[in-house]
Design a protein. Sequence first.
Length: 171
Amino acid sequence: MKKTAAAAALSLALTTLLVFPEQAGAANGSVTCSVVSTTLGFNTYDPISGTADTLPTGTINVQCTSTSNGAILVTYNLTLATSPARAMASGANNVTYDLYTDSARTIQWNTTNQVSCNFTVSAGATNQQSPSCSFYGTIPGSQDVPAGTYTQTGLAVGGTWSCNPVPSQGC
């Protein structure tokens, strides 16, 4: 009989620790941004297969408000803390997973390798949402766990923001 875990869902509740670099002003006004949503859902996982069974794509959305009188290109570079460990839990059972910055899943997302995205914030925008920025996951095979719903929250994301041109009152 083939043993299969029920859909393992991962909910990333990210704590954003963003650094706003000091830069010289070039445009009137200011831009403020925050991460507003992050999702990644793993599909049903076969714990016996020995291979990475589920290869989901996650998304990050940023929301910005601008008092600038011109369009501003916002670039954000997000790093992912190495603690807590990347493991989803269902009761006392755990399933480990990895996150990547590239769709080929060769560059692990961590404190060195960043997810980098950019978008243009319109002049005078209020709560303008960015297009989704992607990251990628895998669950290594051969993790023999019982069926259940596996989740993890509380992964911390840090990063930097930059604007071009730089608003006179900051980015």
